[in-house]
Design a protein around this ligand. Sequence first.
Ligand SMILES: [Zn+2]
Ligand SMILES: [Zn+2]
Length: 429
Amino acid sequence: MLTRTAMAAWLLLSALSGARAAAQSPCCDPWTDLGQSLAGAAGAPYLEATGSLADGTQVTLSLEEAAPSAPAWFVAGLTSLDAAFKGGVLVPALDVLVPLVTDAAGRLSLVGSWPLGLPTGTTLFTQCWVQDAGGPAGFAASNAQLGTTPPAPPAGQFPADWIYGGNCAGEPQLQVQPYDTNTWILRQSKCTNFEGPFVFLLFGQDKALLLDTGAGNIDIDGTVTAVIGEWLAAHGKSSIPLVVAHTHAHGDHVAGDPQFTGKPNTTVVGHSTQEVTDFFGFQDWPNDIVQFDLGGRVLDVVAIPGHQAAHIALYDHETALLLTGDTLYPGFLFISGAVSQGNFAKYQASIQRLVDFIADKPVAWVFGCHVEMKNTPGESYPYGTKNQPLEHDPQLTREHLLELNAAVQAMGSSPHVEVHDDFIIQPSG
Ligand SMILES: [Zn+2]
Ligand SMILES: [Zn+2]
């Protein structure tokens, strides 16, 4: 039987889910406070919920203002029950019940990981009940919080096969892959340089960003100019300023710079840490995280020195791509001067900074600049290989970054080579 209370709750939830459908975006708070608290001796406990509810992100439930040192139960359900209970309303269905005890200040918190692969719109109702002599039937209850899984990041396109140096008479100098309508991924042929780096071209409404210029020995300006022309035509524009920046300063990422230097409407960012800091506006390198706005498309810039002093990662809010350069990719994660120059400690701090940064953000892919692993777990091509028919896919995931972090933090101050299924930690010196 549908009671009036249940009907009211259903109408409320229908209204809320309608509102959410209209507002759905990776940017927005996925939590809705449904109220329904029940006061105890010192008023009503308050339950706060934080986290984006994207795949694998951190979720925190914090209870405050509850009775001190009291038995308490976190209740969570995929649906709502909205049943009269102990003088209040038990909002979640009883799918999960976690017994805990509040601390001396009447607080509790739970931290967990949102599961992977939940369909968009999957709901979680949570509420906390606390033993409290001041409540009408010996209990107080917090407000309920409703979390709704946001849409997954838009899917981009990868080619059926990346060029891998297997056909030097036939493969292009640069493979041009449109990932989506505003994002291109280019791969330099290993026939032109064994590094075979990946290069990224991102368009916003006001400017385009070329991230890296390849390892040299190719006409990258010609290819980039052609892609920009294609984008301009598709968007009815006549020109767009181009910023040429770099994941880091190693030669295989900056060799094409001279082709862009001095071109009209083009800014080439320098290679030193100072130049990178000044250009992006870091105030406290490497600790602060700054934004770079392409016009309706904001990139977060995270300093990640370790592999190289001026290394940055970019996080793109439009695609949820995390571009990690040579700091994380399916291959040899070189950290030279690991002990002698303190670079391993910098690398550890950088990986932790990246992990903390993405804790509440969706990540479609973690994408670096090279591939040296084979598609067999733990197997790699010798560094310098120019033909890699069995190479690993270039894209990695949030879980790989978490795996890397756990591994490098566990090494403490004793860095060593460590082979993982999809990457090899390769400190030296
Ligand atoms: Zn490098
Ligand atoms: Zn490189």
